[in-house]
Design a protein around this ligand. Sequence first.
Ligand SMILES: Cc1cc2nc3c(=O)[nH]c(=O)nc-3n(C[C@H](O)[C@H](O)[C@H](O)COP(=O)(O)OP(=O)(O)OC[C@H]3O[C@@H](n4cnc5c(N)ncnc54)[C@H](O)[C@@H]3O)c2cc1C
Length: 480
Amino acid sequence: MALAAAPRPVVLVSRSRGTTGTASAMAQGGIAAAVGPGDDAVFHAADTLVAGACHNHVGAVLDLAQAAPEAVQWLGSLGVQFDRAGDGQLSLGREGGHDRARIVHAGGDATGHAVMQVLAAAAANAPHVHWLAGKTLQAIGLAADGRVAGVRVCDVAGRSAQLAAADLVLATGGIGALFSATTNPEGADGSGLALALAAGAEGRDLEFIQWHPTAFASPSGRHLPLVTEALRGAGARLVDEQGVPLMQGTHPLADLAPRDVVARRLWRHRRAGGQAWLDARRLDEAAWRQFPSVLSLCAQHGIDPRSDRIPVTPAVHFHMGGVAVDPKGESSLAGLHAVGEVACSGVHGANRLASNSLLEGLVCGRLLGARLRSQGKRAAPVLRWVDAGPDADGESRERLAMHLTAALGPLRSGESLAAAMAAITADPAMAGRWQGRLALALLAPAMARKRSLGAHYRVDSASAGNIRQGIETPAYGETA
Ligand SMILES: Cc1cc2nc3c(=O)[nH]c(=O)nc-3n(C[C@H](O)[C@H](O)[C@H](O)COP(=O)(O)OP(=O)(O)OC[C@H]3O[C@@H](n4cnc5c(N)ncnc54)[C@H](O)[C@@H]3O)c2cc1C
């Protein structure tokens, strides 16, 4: 976004210098784009709609799929070295929900790092970008007419500063850090979303949270490393402790079924006391060269995935919901824009298709930047400051994470949602803090949505009335 807004001056506020602590830099699989022989944006769009349980904004999906090849080309022109086959063509990976190999990648499974290094360097060298690192967005200033007029940021020492701004673009990422198990970094705490809601922006689809089926099942900590789905695309299989395939008979795409289907299967298996493993031992040396990050992760835990199975567990991965934005990236609050995971443009529907989110950030960010370039508004004086409220203490955050994980997991019920809402509401150490308010904002629409849809799966809803993807049916193990 910042690059596309040139020459309009942009102040880039970030918690860290460079790309440390962003989910973007952690992206492993890559970027979905219909660039392979015989592929077409329409097929990419169709897969996006099926994964999203057709809850998507169809126009936004088509626009995204059509813009993907050019976005990849643009990154290449900036210097991102995408992996190529011997014949010089882009090498394509396959992930769950895609009907074919369609994922461009760089450095094997280090795509996010490769892309973000190039974008960060371009932003650091851009004369119109003033990069304020080490700062957290704390409050939004509103003018007399209710429009955004400024922001207040603070550093780690608690020193705050105010900046005038007629336009604020939120790109604060996801909410995984609110849960007990997540692939997200610590900074994905939902603070940007909480602030936008507190300032009066509308949220959309907040109940849709994607669980990734294969986080590395590490016994300690809530931030679990991801074991990329591309490994299953290359032939790895999910198995139980006896080596029995877990996805066989569950969905026609088996291990490459949409993420929510796989996550539910593993969640049930683990809740019944089982362990889940990813068996990638059949991959040959050439295939393993595509997965240096997985090899290094496993080595850190004393595992060689060429001869050992990898322990995996579902973990919160992506928030489909967020600040409601129109196709131009505008929220309901004048002057507030949002892009990336904090935004909900409707492109992901009820369940994101793998490798569509880096793409969304790129495509929507560039469009938004280009639009803001030509809108040089002056900031009005700030009439009032809005923040999200006080921070919860560590112990209350732990309790909150436990309630959210129990209620907003891959399987949900009215009973568990009501229990979580009651527990949070009754405890001022949670309900009176911004994390608690955000938690209630996620739980309420999940409670209100009685039927299953995409990643929102209600075990207590009448299965006959449920909207399901593809040909997944209760007969394939989808009953509670
Ligand atoms: C392990 C992993 C692998 C993934 N793999 C892929 C993949 O292969 N392909 C794909 O398309 N998607 C992938 N995703 C999803 C994708 O990476 C993210 O959805 C996307 O990168 C989000 O980008 P973003 O810019 O919205 O957020 P981020 O890249 O997370 O950046 C948000 C930044 O805002 C900061 N921030 C938050 N709140 C504040 C605040 N109040 N003040 C200041 N700063 C704040 C955060 O600390 C962070 O630095 C993956 C995600 C993870 C976690």
